[in-house]
Ligand binder design. Structure first.
Ligand code: FAD
Length: 483
């Protein structure tokens, strides 16, 4: 009954799960809980198309899970700073709980709201649900933040990782004030594409729910993790966890992944250490985003902002569509378009191709990934793009240019990954598939593929493009000293 029980508004954001959700767990201990999700696409970096698709299914699944506990999810649209105080009144809530976010605009919004609510006598508490460590807790001996991954991760491990997880509350009493005019139906938010419906590939690839995320973790640990260290770079082998979109929207927590993988694997195994180090890269990305809030927009190495990037819409489009004539690039970009994900090795090669072979600014690639990845994550995307482009923290130097032919031969020797995503090259044997532009007219006839008609010729020559990139870099270096 309204007013009898203490009521907590639970503001859910990128923590769309019931288990190991501290804000939910502690809210449930206080009394009635009103779970609310607020959609506000006026914020910077509003989710792109693929993320909205994921978000739709995440919310639908969470709504069902909450209903099974006797609760419900209230969906609203607008500015949290107005909606939360309104909902507090409607539900006569005396507290608001949420889990933290780390982008600068999110921190600003949360701080302002926290202050406003506390001034009104409302209890506000925030928790860490999405990182193993808070970005501000990891410090060098001098008390600074880290700019290099290896010492950062070493420090995290030295401190010890607390991967204790919280259970699902057994009961979630809701304070039943059923109708508020702030409430929306999920379909009102129009997250699913209609004209055209480009999400068929996403639908086939993914099932979005907390329980599927947990099952995926278990399957990965039981059948793939032992081969992770040696096979994680080979896209056709599919030994990586593919947990990244679930992490992004919070169907699973990094603590759950860390804890379960450590519990079922020999703790000294190299495979486990490698896997945990990848979670460490995610942590490092958040550490960088928190300490360098302009990371998504500006080069970490500021001199790179003066780099002579090219503007070439036709080449950018060829890259986006997977029509560059380089099979590994095209396979990766088509995997992305079709399924909303791309293997990490291939992400590195396509990003290098865009920023070095085409010399198109990393922000263009970052924006395309932001729109098309189901795991689009502001911290990891920005940090990784900058890493590949050579302008990031602890980055691969700009002059280290991935050779798309050698990468293809090395990491997809048999061409299995290429054939999966490039049907027009299906018939080519392993020794020809990495360099289709070298096919003779007789071979084209024999394999039934005409290069230049069925599959494009390379849009740039590898050696020329590499030399041009190195010259552009040399020109930048004469202007500034780049470390
Ligand atoms: P696994 O190998 O199973 O690793 C487990 C988890 O560790 C991942 O789910 C992920 O959360 C984290 N992780 C793994 N590798 C990295 C990494 N290099 N950096 C940060 N975290 C990592 N990852 C995103 O989650 N969102 C992005 O938007 C994103 N954009 C990227 C852009 C570029 C140009 C590059 C090169 C990498 C990007 N990554 C991004 C990192 C990485 O490619 C993905 O996290 C990984 O491919 C996800 O697959 P997985 O879940 O099977 O990874």
């Amino acid at each position: 009954m309204v007013g009898r029980m203490t009521t907590t508004l639970l503001w859910l954001r990128q923590d769309l799960r019931l288990s190991d959700n501290p804000a939910l767990f502690y809210a449930a201990q206080r009394g009635a809980v009103v779970p609310v999700f607020i959609w506000d696409d006026t914020q910077p970096w509003a989710p792109g198309g693929a993320s909205r698709w994921w978000l739709h299914h995440s919310l639908a699944s969470l709504q069902k899970d909450l209903q099974q506990l006797g609760s419900n999810l209230l969906i609203a649209q607008g500015k949290a700073v107005q909606l939360i105080p309104h909902l507090i009144k409607v539900f006569q809530a005396d507290a608001v709980y949420w889990n933290r976010r780390y982008a600068t605009h999110q921190i600003t919004e949360d701080r302002a709201l926290k202050q406003q609510l506390r001034d009104q006598g409302v209890e506000v508490k925030s928790f860490n649900a999405s990182l193993l460590n808070e970005p501000w807790d990891i410090k060098t001996q001098q008390g600074d933040c880290y700019k290099v991954f290896t010492p950062f991760w070493k420090r995290c491990l030295q401190r010890g990782i607390n991967s204790t997880t919280l259970p699902i509350p057994q009961l979630l009493p809701i304070n039943h004030v059923p109708i508020t005019n702030a409430s929306k139906n999920l379909s009102d938010l129009q997250f699913l594409p209609t004209q055209p419906d480009w999400a068929t590939g996403l639908q086939q690839k993914w099932q979005v729910s907390e329980s599927v995320a947990q099952q995926r973790l278990e399957t990965f640990c039981a059948s793939q993790l032992s081969r992770y260290a040696e096979a994680r770079d080979f896209p056709a082998q599919a030994v990586t966890s593919e947990l990244s979109p679930y992490l992004q929207w919070g169907q699973i927590s990094p603590r759950q992944i860390y804890q379960h993988s450590a519990a079922v694997t020999d703790p000294t195994s190299y495979a486990l250490q490698r896997f945990h180090a990848e979670l460490g890269w995610r942590e490092f990305s958040y550490h960088l985003l928190f300490h360098f809030p302009t990371l998504p927009e500006q080069a970490f190495k500021a001199n790179f902002n003066a780099f002579a990037w090219q503007t070439d819409p036709a080449q950018l489009r060829a890259w986006q569509r997977g029509l560059t004539g380089y099979p590994l690039i095209d396979a990766g970009m088509r995997q992305l378009w079709s399924t909303g994900i791309m293997h990490n090795r291939v992400r590195m090669v396509v990003a290098s191709f865009l920023t070095k072979h085409l010399r198109i600014a990393w922000q263009e690639g970052e924006a395309w990934f932001w729109d098309t990845l189901v795991d689009a994550d502001l911290a990891s995307n920005a940090a990784s793009w900058q890493w590949v482009a050579g302008c990031g923290a602890d980055a691969a130097p700009y002059f280290r240019i991935f050779n798309p032919i050698m990468q293809s031969e090395k990491f997809d020797g048999e061409g299995d990954y290429l054939r999966t995503w490039l049907p027009e090259l299906q018939t080519l044997p392993a020794k020809l598939i990495h360099t289709p532009w070298l096919l003779t007219p007789t071979q084209m006839q024999q394999y039934g593929v005409m290069i230049g008609r069925d599959y494009p010729k390379p849009i740039v020559d590898h050696t020329e493009a590499r030399d041009a990139a190195l010259s552009a870099y040399a020109a930048l270096k004469t202007q500034f000293t780049i470390n």
